[in-house]
Design a protein around this ligand. Structure first.
Ligand code: UDP
Length: 364
C-alpha cells in the first residue's frame, strides 16, 4: 500500500506506482491518497494517470495540525483494516507520512520509507517536517535513502545498516515521465529567444510575511535593471502570497505571474529556464538534472548535497543576498557554467528500480 497526500509526495511516489503497475506478476499496488493538498495533488495524479484505490479527501482549510493528524489516523485505519496490505510505503515528511507510519506500526505492518534520512537536526525547522521525518524513521523497517549523506544520518540514529538502501531520489525518476523535446507554453511564446528566464517559487511557511516581501522586491529590482531578464512566477494559491505578488510584481514588463503549473509544465519550463530561485525541497533535486542552477531562499537545507556538489547556492531571504546571487549568475559565465553542469548528487533517474528490487527480495 502506497500512501501519500501532497504534491511533492505524489510526484516522488508516482514513478514507484507506475513501475509496480507495469509488473503485475511481482506487485499488487494499492494506492491511497489522503489529499492533504487537494488541487495540487490532483494535477499530479492526472499527469501520471494514477487512479487511487482509496481517496480520503481530507483537505480542510484552517485546520490545526493536531486535528488533521488525528482525523487522518482514524480514516487510514479503516482502509488498512479493509485492505490488509503486506507492506506500507511512505514518502518524505508530510503529515501523511507520519500518520501512515503510525497506522502501519499499530497494525504491525512493515514500513518502507522512501526519501528517508533527510535531516536539519533542528526540531522546529522546517516545522513540522523535520519531526515528521524523524518520527517516521523511528517507525520504519526499510529505509530508501536518496544519498550517502542521508544514509549516514540514519546510521547516526543507530538504524541497522542492513535496512538502509541508497537509491537516489525518485524525484529525478519523475523527469523520465515528463520532459519532452517539443514542449510549448503560452508564456514561453511571449519571451524572445535571447532573453533569460528566471523561474521562481516561494511557498514555505517560514517565508510568509516579511521574507516573501523582501524576495519579491529583490526580484523586481533584478528585472528592472536587467533588460534581458524575464521573471516567471507560478504563484502559490495562498491569499497572502497572491496579494503580495500582485501588488509588488503585477502589471510589470517581463514579469509573468501565472497559476501554479502542473508538474508536466513545471518540469519542462524548468528545463528551459536560465535559473531557478526557490525555497522548495524537490526543486533542488530536480533542477541539476536539467542543468539549471538553483538559488535557495532559505537559511539552511536538509539537502546539503546540492551545496557540496555545486548545483545549489543558499542566498537566504535578504534583498542583498538574493540580488548578489542572481547578479553572479547573470554576469559570471564561468561560475554559471560550473553550477549548471555539476553532476546531480540526488539521483540518476533509476531510484525506483533499486527500490523495487529491495522490496521484491524483502516480500519474497
Ligand atoms: N512543482 C509543480 N508546479 C509548480 C511548482 C512546483 O509541479 O508550480 C513541483 C516541482 O517540480 C517539485 C515539487 O512540485 O517536484 C515541489 O513541491 P513543493 O515546492 O510544493 O514542496 P517541497 O519540495 O518543498 O516539499
Amino acid at each position: 500500500m502506497l500512501i501519500f497526500g501532497t504534491r511533492p509526495g505524489a510526484i516522488k511516489m508516482a514513478p514507484v506506482v507506475k513501475a509496480m503497475q507495469a509488473q503485475p506478476d511481482r506487485f499488487e499496488p494499492i494506492v491511497v491518497v489522503t489529499a492533504q493538498h487537494r488541487k495540487l495533488l490532483d494535477q499530479v495524479l492526472s499527469i501520471f494517470d494514477i487512479h487511487p484505490d482509496f481517496d480520503l479527501n481530507l483537505m480542510v482549510p484552517h485546520e490545526s495540525q493536531a486535528e488533521r493528524t488525528s482525523k487522518m489516523l482514524h480514516h487510514l485505519e479503516n482502509i488498512v483494516n479493509a485492505a490488509q496490505p503486506e507492506m506500507i510505503l511512505t514518502i518524505g515528511d508530510s503529515t501523511t507520512t507520519l500518520v501512515a507510519s503510525l497506522c502501519a506500526f499499530y497494525h504491525q505492518i512493515p514500513i518502507g520509507h522512501v526519501e528517508a534520512g533527510l535531516r536539519t537536526h533542528d526540531k522546529y525547522a522546517p516545522f513540522p517536517e523535520e519531526m515528521h521525518r524523524q518520527l517516521a524513521d523511528v517507525l520504519s523497517d526499510l529505509y530508501f535513502a536518496p544519498t550517502e549523506q542521508s544514509k549516514q544520518n540514519l546510521l547516526m540514529e543507530n538504524k541497522s545498516t542492513d535496512s538502509i538502501f541508497v537509491t537516489g531520489n525518485t524525484s529525478v525518476d519523475a523527469l523520465n515521465y515528463t520532459i519532452t523535446d517539443d514542449y510549448q507554453h503560452p508564456v514561453l511564446r511571449l519571451i524572445p529567444d535571447n532573453h533569460r528566464v528566471i523561474l521562481v517559487t516561494v511557498q514555505r511557511r517560514e517565508n510568509m510575511g516579511e521574507p516573501i516581501r523582501r524576495v519579491l522586491h529583490a526580484l523586481r529590482d533584478v528585472v528592472e535593471t536587467n533588460p534581458d531578464v524575464e521573471l516567471v512566477y507560478p504563484v502559490h494559491p495562498n491569499p497572502e502570497v497572491e496579494n503580495l505578488a500582485e501588488s509588488i510584481l503585477g502589471g510589470r514588463d517581463r514579469i509573468h505571474l501565472v497559476e501554479p503549473m502542473d508538474v508536466y509544465d513545471f518540469h519542462n519550463f524548468s528545463a528551459r529556464s536560465f535559473l531557478i530561485v526557490t525555497d522548495s525541497g524537490g526543486i533542488q533535486e530536480e533542477a541539476p538534472s536539467m542543468n539549471v542552477p538553483v538559488l535557495l531562499l532559505r537559511d539552511e537545507t536538509e539537502r546539503p548535497e546540492g551545496i557540496a556538489a555545486g548545483t545549489v547556492k543558499i542566498v537566504g531571504t535578504t534583498i542583498e543576498g538574493i540580488q548578489q546571487g542572481i547578479f553572479q549568475m547573470l554576469h559570471d559565465k564561468k561560475e554559471y557554467r560550473k553550477m549548471a553542469h555539476a553532476k546531480n548528487p540526488f539521483g540518476d533517474g533509476h531510484a525506483t528500480e533499486r527500490i523495487l528490487k529491495v522490496l521484491d527480495e524483502y516480500l519474497d
